[in-house]
Write a protein that binds this ligand. Sequence first.
Ligand SMILES: [Ca+2]
Ligand SMILES: [Ca+2]
Length: 301
Amino acid sequence: MVLVTSCFLQACSMNELTAVKAVNEIDSSVTQQPHKTAPTVTSTPSDIEVKIAKELRAIDEMLMLQVPAGIFPVGQYAGEIALNMDANPPLEMYLDDFWIDQLEVSNAQYSRCIEAGVCQETPYEYDLAFKRPNYPAVAVSKGDAEAYCGWVDGRLPSEEEWRYAAGGAQGLIYPWGNEFAMGEANFCDKQCPYPFKNTNYDDGSVRTAPVGSYPNGASWVGAMDMSGNVWEWVKDWYPENYYEGSAFQFPSDAKTDGLAGSLGGSWLDDNYGLRISNRLVVVSNYRSTYIGFRCVSDVKP
Ligand SMILES: [Ca+2]
Ligand SMILES: [Ca+2]
């Protein structure tokens, strides 16, 4: 097993790199089993017309989207080169329906939680440009994000929920399809201060963008900015014992020193970093201007 950094150098200082690990290889010779047996279904969201229910969550005025129950691939992604630890072998997983925030939680919404005495001001110092009301709340630790999601009677999404809401039953590489498309997300465009920036395109955002600025990049349920803008905390890696009995192993310290995951890439990542299957792994109290979050709920808000 080889451990490598999953954040790109552009997004990680040397100190940060010491906290960032990911696994990029598994032994594909071992047959792995989904943790949950899918019920018999005659159709999935990929072959029926999906009507997504929407409900406003009153406490923070977040629009939530109902993700229909279904089966989706958690292993091989369509046409994707098997570079991530999740990319092989293909597995199918069934998820019951759940509700997910349409947008990344904004500064204005996070401020309400602070005013309610539940959330804390971040101790992390960063540029005022990130703090405008309709921009995504950043510099939040995983604990900060969990506190907010608890305040709205929700929780952070599991990794599977996040990926299903983003890539659907087809297991798309990006929320909008299998090819990177300019104009669908805020990423490291020509204004980005890093050498790997895409010099052919100006996405209009030097750093974070107001939440929901790229509606053309919405996922199949209508969730926006799932790829790009800010990485998003998830509550766990995979269900407990998901890979039990297989050759797969998480990093030995993954469950002991608070390493946590976030998904989707950010304004600091190139198109490769924005893939749904990509994963940033950091310590759970990590804060940066490229990590935010959204919440889910098992029930209608
Ligand atoms: Ca950008
Ligand atoms: Ca995002």
